[in-house]
Write a protein that binds this ligand. Structure first.
Ligand SMILES: *[C@@H]1O[C@H](CO)[C@@H](O)[C@H](O)[C@H]1NC(C)=O
Ligand SMILES: *[C@@H]1O[C@H](CO)[C@@H](O)[C@H](O)[C@H]1NC(C)=O
Ligand SMILES: *[C@@H]1O[C@H](CO)[C@@H](O)[C@H](O)[C@H]1NC(C)=O
Ligand SMILES: *[C@@H]1O[C@H](CO)[C@@H](O)[C@H](O)[C@H]1NC(C)=O
Ligand SMILES: *[C@@H]1O[C@H](CO)[C@@H](O)[C@H](O)[C@H]1NC(C)=O
Ligand SMILES: *[C@@H]1O[C@H](CO)[C@@H](O)[C@H](O)[C@H]1NC(C)=O
Ligand SMILES: *[C@@H]1O[C@H](CO)[C@@H](O)[C@H](O)[C@H]1NC(C)=O
Ligand SMILES: *[C@@H]1O[C@H](CO)[C@@H](O)[C@H](O)[C@H]1NC(C)=O
Ligand SMILES: *[C@@H]1O[C@H](CO)[C@@H](O)[C@H](O)[C@H]1NC(C)=O
Ligand SMILES: *[C@@H]1O[C@H](CO)[C@@H](O)[C@H](O)[C@H]1NC(C)=O
Ligand SMILES: *[C@@H]1O[C@H](CO)[C@@H](O)[C@H](O)[C@H]1NC(C)=O
Ligand SMILES: *[C@@H]1O[C@H](CO)[C@@H](O)[C@H](O)[C@H]1NC(C)=O
Length: 814
């Protein structure tokens, strides 16, 4: 393939293969060319310009001393050791970098995942990302990340493969949305930042993943030729074709927060982005991440997401995980795109050693910055026993597993998880004073989600019986105990000497006349537990609850006039029974973690007042959602899996609002046992000469620091106007002026706070609007700009329940 195409070119094809732009044939001395950026390409999408060389880390923004230590470390390495430092090996953890004993370096242990240290015993299962998002509580986001990371550290894991902001949630059907937070980039950005601060304050490296455009599971990886070698591809993975403005305003936005929080690592994703594999996409890795956002850590590949050696290294990938060739990169014995090929590429002059040095400097800088060179716990040997990815039989290197085995790292985290589970539950409906329960004497519990798991505590399948605490795949956890809804209700009801009866077989419930089941008469309340499974590597087929849950509700509500429905779910469920008059209450309890039962009972009985809000929109019908996953292509061409993000910024409420579509429960919605009011919305400019563009400043982690500077303070008073204590979540939405380029959503979340208020209490809440919050990404000048004209600020308790309004004109003085 011709270098000339690269230099002149960026010729627009509808899409191009990875090879065309990101695997340039190297010529002598070619490494130092700098590609002039042709901005015309940015108004279109489906192809990806080359941005090389990969920028060197400088440590700027607080890691300068750590960088010096990392450089000193690198200077002592042989070339073979350098190859080892950037290439995973089979070992005790899900990802492993070997030790270099002569330098006192004990290696690196990388472990899944976003809600627990997955490959571990005696560890906690926390609430899922979607639950954390539903809390709208920054303190909980931090606390959850911090407590989880303490468990990673105590098990000897240097690097936690979390948190997730890709998928963001472009499609309601995507199988991994629950691992991340919300389709709103602002809410997800805050959740990323708080989680990362929590994780890294515990001395563990966080990994922002999956970078970028990983919005569906189907064809996320290429189809390999079963008759070929490990690298022979029949069809490449899907290409997420995303335009420049949409990348910046939606999908890159929360990664910017992650870099701003000084995340140690970013994991590049499986699929292609604009025609080029994410892990060798130089525009994404060198251009956006390392240049524009000033990222000082390292990019690691998703497991098997590396599809080249030289091209990936030039394109900005710093660490190949888990290191070997083949599907999921598990076949270390078959060689590696890195490893020995790094040595070869340096020796034959293709890759400059300075690039390899920068890769390792980037890997070791956060290690030193977080003090991982001092007193870091050894890897728990039980990790090795539980590791089914790389069992001992696959190991080719020596691993010292000398520390104590099966360490109990759970501490008091069960108490936190109980609180987090309640806080991440959203009360969607509450009529006839159904909730909180008032010491009911007779309770009937229905549904296969109410009781104990019957097929073990490691949820990797959609078992029929047992409550769901998490979804499946690398984002799951291994329970050590489980508080089930049924047990927790029984325990709590015993205080009232109540009768609790249960029917857990959904088929039986649907086929029965419920009145024949219960004794002695109509229960005071019927509580139906429903579940929805989602997992890595497949997308959801429908948005309904599973196991005929809708029919279960119909069957119960036909005779029970006080039917309370609880869902344990990956997120979005259409709730066709929501208008049923006998369905008096609905709670979306998401994936709450190991304290599931206690968390829901605390809400049902009013010991905790619900304060969760939907981090997504519940439409009236699954067909109302736009941007479904691409599930098939009719042709067999190598590059034929293409997904065009033509909806651009119109994702979730941005779409429903733009198209004025009526929904069942809107983004940000959630009830409380009390009521709140907002008033006195005021906006004060912090800077009296606001310019359209940010001041030129040296790029720091997160990008131009001026983008993060407060330009307006917005205050509003919030009052608890009901008769019980509770927490409000005032939400600030910004509507941009008409001068903003077409396609700008009608309103966008730009502030929220969780505010605990006693009865009658009023508090003033401050939202600090930063420059980025009032800017759009200008594709022509390649920067964030504040548009001229009048913005409308709205505050209320959901995206469609807005009560206080004001306007601002930031550029008025210009
Ligand atoms: C990185 O630094 C080395 C010197 O340490 C230098 O040779 C190389 O050109 C730098 N690379 C870039 C992309 O600036
Ligand atoms: C692999 O080889 C078998 C046996 O020759 C053949 O039947 C099959 O179609 C081949 N598969 C592909 C994808 O080429
Ligand atoms: C180098 O990469 C190729 C695939 O491009 C692979 O077949 C080979 O085994 C690798 N060599 C080493 C030493 O890992
Ligand atoms: C140098 O080695 C790398 C890695 O094995 C290989 O991809 C590349 O083709 C080689 N280049 C030359 C000129 O031999
Ligand atoms: C394992 O531990 C022994 C004893 O402390 C040490 O000599 C050896 O270098 C270690 N090996 C590795 C790979 O860490
Ligand atoms: C559930 O109920 C159906 C219908 O009565 C029955 O066929 C099935 O065997 C039951 N399942 C279990 C596990 O008891
Ligand atoms: C269900 O049972 C109740 C009470 O026995 C009875 O009134 C009702 O007709 C029955 N419904 C059906 C569909 O059999
Ligand atoms: C609601 O429940 C009552 C029994 O308590 C029943 O008579 C009524 O038909 C139910 N309503 C509906 C719509 O099913
Ligand atoms: C959802 O929409 C589809 C297609 O328009 C329609 O067939 C179906 O009946 C709708 N479902 C509900 C519950 O309204
Ligand atoms: C596949 O072909 C059918 C029939 O030509 C067409 O209706 C459908 O849209 C095609 N699907 C895709 C994904 O291209
Ligand atoms: C949005 O829909 C509502 C109700 O269907 C209608 O009253 C209103 O005029 C619509 N607004 C726009 C901008 O289309
Ligand atoms: C803006 O609000 C912050 C946080 O309350 C406060 O520290 C700062 O002084 C305020 N600035 C102005 C100009 O009001």
């Amino acid at each position: 393939m011709a270098l000339s195409l690269l230099l002149s070119g960026l010729a627009l094809a509808p899409y191009v293969s990875a090879q065309a732009y990101d695997a340039p044939a190297r010529e002598e001395g070619a490494f130092s060319y700098v590609q002039p950026l042709d901005t015309t390409i940015l108004t279109q999408y489906g192809s990806s310009p080359a941005i090389v060389p990969s920028p060197n880390a400088t440590g700027y923004g607080g890691w300068e001393d750590a960088l010096t230590k990392a450089q000193k470390f690198v200077s002592q390495l042989t070339l073979e050791e350098k190859a080892d430092m950037v290439t995973g090996q089979p070992g005790p953890c899900v990802g492993n970098i070997v030790a270099i004993p002569r330098l006192g370096f004990k290696g690196l242990c990388l472990q899944d995942g976003p809600l627990a240290i997955r490959i571990a015993d005696y560890a906690s299962v926390f609430s899922a990302g979607v639950s954390a998002a539903a809390t709208w509580d920054k303190a909980i986001m931090y606390e959850r990340g911090n407590a989880m990371a303490k468990e990673f550290r105590a098990k000897g894991a240097h690097i936690a493969l979390m948190p997730v902001c890709g998928p963001l949630g472009r499609s309601a059907y995507s199988g991994r949305n629950w691992e991340g937070f919300s389709p709103d980039p602002y809410l997800t950005g805050i959740a990323m930042e708080e989680t990362i601060l929590g994780v890294q304050d515990a001395g563990v490296q966080a990994t922002a993943k999956h970078y970028i455009g990983n919005e569906q599971e189907i064809q996320r990886n290429p189809t390999f030729d079963p008759n070929g070698t490990l690298t022979d591809v029949l069809q490449e993975s899907i290409s997420s074709n995303i335009d420049d403005r949409t990348i910046h305003e939606l999908y890159l936005w929360p990664f910017a927060n992650a870099v701003h929080a000084k995340v140690a690592s970013v994991m590049c994703s499986y699929q292609r982005l604009n025609g080029s594999y994410a892990c060798q996409n130089s525009k994404a890795q060198n251009g956006l991440l390392k240049q524009e956002l000033g990222f000082q850590g390292y990019v690691m590949s998703d497991w098997g997401g590396t599809h080249s050696g030289v091209a990936s290294i030039e394109g900005g990938l710093d660490m190949n995980m888990p290191g070997g060739l083949g599907n999921y990169g598990l076949y270390a014995e078959a060689g590696s795109f890195f490893g020995g090929n790094v040595t070869l590429a340096v020796n034959n002059g293709t890759v400059p050693i300075s690039r390899i040095d920068d890769m390792i400097t980037r890997i070791m800088t956060p290690y030193y910055a977080l003090g991982q060179d001092q007193d870091f716990p050894t890897v728990d040997p039980s990790s090795a026993d539980l590791n089914t990815f790389t069992p001992r039989s696959t190991w080719t290197r020596e691993w010292n597993l000398t520390g104590p085995a099966s360490r109990d790292v759970r501490d008091n985290h069960g108490e936190l998880i109980r609180k987090h589970g309640s806080a991440g539950t959203v009360l969607l409906k509450n009529t006839n004073g159904a909730l909180p329960l008032k010491a009911p004497k007779s309770i009937a519990v229905f549904g296969n989600d109410a009781g104990d798991d019957t097929e073990g505590f490691y949820n990797q399948a959609d078992f029929e019986f047992g409550t769901l605490t998490a979804g499946g795949g690398s984002g799951t956890g291994r329970l050590t105990y489980l508080s089930t809804p049924l047990n927790a209700i029984k325990e709590r009801a015993a205080k009232d000497n109540a009768l609790v009866q249960q029917w857990l077989n959904n088929t039986l419930i649907i086929n029965s006349n419920i009145t024949d089941l219960w004794i002695p008469a109509l229960p005071d309340v019927c509580i139906v537990f429903l579940k929805t499974w989602a997992e890595e590597a497949s997308d959801r087929q429908h948005l309904s609850v599973d196991w005929n849950g809708n029919e279960v509700v119909e069957s119960v509500a036909k005779y029970c006039s006080n039917t309370v429905v609880v869902t344990h779910s990956s997120g979005i469920n259409t709730l066709p029974f929501a208008d049923h008059p006998n369905v008096t209450a609905i709670l979306a309890a998401h994936y709450p973690g190991q304290e599931s039962g206690n968390s829901i009972v605390d809400l049902l009985y009013g010991d905790v007042n619900p304060s969760g809000k939907l981090p997504y929109t519940i439409a009236l019908n699954g067909t109302d959602y736009n941007a479904p996953p691409t599930t098939a292509v009719n042709t067999t061409g190598k590059d034929d899996w293409q997904s065009w993000y033509d909806e651009k910024l119109e994702v979730d409420y941005r779409y429903f609002d733009a198209k004025n579509i009526t929904v069942r429960y809107e983004f940000g919605f959630g009830l409380s046992y009390t009521t709140f009011e907002v008033a006195d919305l005021k906006a004060t400019a912090v800077d009296d000469a606001i310019t359209t563009a940010a001041a030129e400043q040296p790029i720091a982690p997160g990008g131009n620091p001026d983008l993060w500077a407060t330009v307006y303070n917005v205050t509003v008073s919030v009052t608890n106007s009901g008769d019980v204590d509770g927490a409000a979540v005032p939400q600030l939405y910004v509507s941009f002026p008409d001068s903003t380029p077409a396609g700008t959503p009608p309103k966008q979340l730009r502030g929220f706070e969780k505010v605990p208020l006693t009865v009658g209490e009023t508090q003033t809440v401050v939202f600090e609007l930063m420059r980025r919050d009032l800017s759009y990404w200008d594709i022509v000048s390649q920067q964030w700009l504040i548009p001229s004209g009048e913005f409308t600020l709205s505050v209320g308790f959901s995206s469609r329940d807005l009560h206080a309004f004001t306007t601002i004109t930031p550029l008025s003085s210009y």
